[in-house]
Design a protein around this ligand. Structure first.
Ligand code: 5RP
Length: 231
């Protein structure tokens, strides 16, 4: 049966399929780390089908949606390590490195991902890339450091574009940085983090995915990356 909402998002059917598969990774009674974005929104709609103790949200938007379903929200500081974090991505490579932050929630997402044992990433078939970098790298910056950080990003070969009218959940601004050469995702993630005034950047190579659930029109494929679980 065709999806009546598919015209609003050509990948909606794939996002719904991958979210349904992600549901099978959730264990009874767990506190789930929940990402942000349209793919995650498809997952949230299904969460009433499983029994969660509660959730740690990666953004205010996700928190609002979870609360609306009656799911208890926990502060990350009060729960210790989470067993599972589920999120989407803007790009993912064959090693599970990702670019995230299209929705601007990168910092909180990266914190919750770092505090989780496993990261399950849900993508549709438009997100898989041979090399990261076509999608701009979001760099969250303290407002006062915006121009300085922009100049440093230019020195690294990037073309930063100020995300006008957008303020992060932490009150910061975002520079969407095009044209960065991401030959070594871990190294560039660290280099960007070392610029004074940068809060976080959208390369997720240290917090790469353990499992990718990849949707296509033929179904959902599960890809496990050879990576130790975060202890
Ligand atoms: C938000 C993110 C999202 O995971 C990413 O933008 C993918 O979103 P969508 O599922 O809507 O394509 O990193 O900051």
């Amino acid at each position: 049966m065709s999806n009546p909402n598919a015209h609003t998002d050509p990948k909606l059917t794939q996002k719904q399929a991958v979210a349904k598969t992600a549901l099978t990774h959730i264990e009874d009674g767990m506190i789930l780390g929940v990402g942000t974005g349209s793919t995650v929104n498809c997952l949230i709609e299904l969460l009433t089908q499983v029994h969660l103790k509660g959730a740690v949200a990666s953004s205010q938007a996700t928190e609002n949606r979870l609360r609306a379903l009656g799911i208890e929200i926990f502060d990350l500081n009060s729960v210790g390590k989470l067993d599972l974090y589920i999120d989407g991505a803007d790009e993912i490579d064959a090693q599970g490195n990702m670019i995230k932050g299209g929705g601007g929630a990168l910092t909180r997402e990266k914190i919750v991902a770092a505090a989780s044992r496993r990261f399950v990433c849900m993508v549709d078939d438009s997100k898989m890339v041979a090399k990261l970098g076509k999608f701009p790298v979001a760099v969250e910056v303290l407002p006062q450091a915006r121009s300085y950080v922009a100049r440093e990003l230019v020195k690294l070969g990037g073309e930063p574009v100020y995300r006008e009218g957008f303020v992060t959940d932490y009150g910061n601004v975002i520079l969407d940085t095009f044209d960065l050469q991401i030959n070594n995702p871990i190294k560039l993630e660290t280099t960007l983090n070392n610029i004074v005034g940068v809060v976080c950047n959208g390369i997720f190579a240290n917090q790469s995915a353990h499992i990718m659930l990849k949707a296509s029109d033929d179904g959902v494929e599960t890809v496990s990356f050879d990576k130790a679980i975060n202890q």
